[in-house]
Design a protein around this ligand. Structure first.
Ligand code: HGY
Ligand code: MN
Ligand code: MN
Length: 411
């Protein structure tokens, strides 16, 4: 497998440079999609990709494509990439590693003077986390036609700012069409965000599939009132009702084997004042399970629980399913390319299943796709203490580089 390797230090330094934008006091990163920090991160990626000789394209939902040309310019590209936006209290590697690994590969191929037939695109997908606009993988799902461009641009954040207006504001409302062209294959490298690889002492995970996921937004409506004067028996307290719903829908997870994962991580209270009985509570339910049909049954059960509690308390209820993605099996040829690259490089690897959602889950709907996982410390992610080892990032990047070359056709 010759001696083509990435530069561990250059890859690590690139993460340090990127972590500046949205850096938190505890050493993490809070860089919500389409904020000024996200703009700065995007600019850094674009500038470094251009310096490495890439041509840059930006599409109508802000996805960035940095192309390393191949010897067959008209050929469908081999793509790799991930996201630069983070959770509000996120880490320095979730998504970011998948973009910077691609950039490092371009630099390593340049250093070695390696050419390939098909173009290789390094992609930064818009708003994978969904922490600002409510649903995740906005850029990749628009790219594959999962949501129209108009629907995507119309999504708004809690302050009413839309995706479209924010893309304009930060200068990433691109001219290019969103998807609609052939892609040879897509690979995404990512920290595992779980403990399996670290516990097994294995450096590379060839991801065979990812679990199904759903997001429901529940709106509970009662009536505002004075916290001091209104007797308890006369109240229509939206918070008391929502609290019972939240407790019971999360408990559903413990009734089913293997457990689905059910999380209520976002709650909005109106008027959100200490001494006013809440008139409205809006909360989201993030639920996931390896089997799509089971997840659908979990969703129905959770909605029925909320309906029963609302009826018993005389509260209004509305349910909006904001997203659903089926479980996905990645492409056997791409999985094998990952295994073969790791084997040829003499790096221990294992097959693994993804609990987290990723852009690759959407790309898998239109082209052969796979993911590569590397360990992260304690399996911790979506947390400021998220950490990874430079040697693991480099090993993963080398495996990705050789898998990409296998697909792109080394000249
Ligand atoms: O939610 C997810 O699974 C991803 O990390 N955004
Ligand atoms: Mn991610
Ligand atoms: Mn994430």
């Amino acid at each position: 497998m010759n001696n083509l390797r990435c530069d561990t230090q250059r890859l690590w330094d690139a993460h340090a440079a990127m972590a500046v934008f949205g850096a938190t006091a505890k050493g993490g990163v809070g860089r919500l999609a389409l904020t000024d920090d996200d703009k700065n991160a995007r600019d850094l990626f674009v500038n470094r990709a251009q310096a490495a000789g890439c041509d840059i394209r930006i599409d109508g939902v802000g996805n960035i494509f940095a192309r390393r040309a191949g010897t067959l310019p008209g050929a469908a590209p081999v793509m790799t990439g991930s996201h630069l936006d983070t959770q509000p209290l996120g880490g320095r590697f979730d998504g970011i590693f998948g973009v910077l690994a691609g950039l490092e590969i371009v630099n390593a191929l340049n250093d070695a003077g390696v050419r390939h037939e098909k173009p290789i695109d390094i992609v930064c997908w818009t708003d994978e986390e969904g922490a600002r606009f409510g649903d995740g993988c906005l850029g990749s799902s628009a790219f594959i036609g999962g949501r129209t461009v108009a629907e995507t641009l119309a999504l708004t954040d809690a302050d009413g700012a839309s995706v479209g207006s924010e893309l304009q504001r930060i200068g990433y409302a691109g001219p290019d069409p969103v998807g609609g062209y052939p892609v040879d294959s897509f690979f995404e490298i990512h920290i595992e965000q779980g403990p399996v690889l670290e516990n097994a002492g294995i450096r590379i995970g060839a991801v065979v599939g990812a679990q199904a996921g759903a997001v429901h937004e529940i709106t509970v409506t009662g009536e505002e009132g004075h916290a001091g004067t209104l007797p308890m028996t006369l109240r229509r307290d939206a918070m008391h009702g929502a609290a019972e719903m939240i407790h019971k829908v999360v408990d559903v997870a413990f009734d089913i084997e293997p457990h689905p994962v059910i999380t209520v991580g976002h709650v909005r209270v109106r008027p959100n004042s200490r001494n006013t009985i809440p008139g409205q509570v809006v909360f989201t339910i993030d639920s996931r399970h390896p089997v799509s049909a089971t997840l659908k049954a979990v969703g129905s059960r959770m909605i029925a629980i909320c309906g029963g509690i609302a009826a018993a308390r005389g509260l209004g209820l509305s349910v909006h399913q904001k997203g659903h993605r089926d479980a996905v099996a990645f492409h056997p040829d791409c999985i094998q390319a990952v295994r073969d690259a790791a084997t040829a490089l003499g790096i221990p690897h294992m097959d693994i299943f993804s609990g987290a959602g990723h852009d690759a889950i959407y790309l898998a709907r239109i082209c052969p796709s796979d993911m590569i996982f590397v360990p992260c410390e304690g399996g911790i992610s979506h947390n400021e203490s998220e950490n990874a080892r430079p040697e693991d990032l480099a090993a993963g990047t080398d495996v990705l580089m050789h898998a990409l070359l296998a697909r792109a056709g080394r000249v």
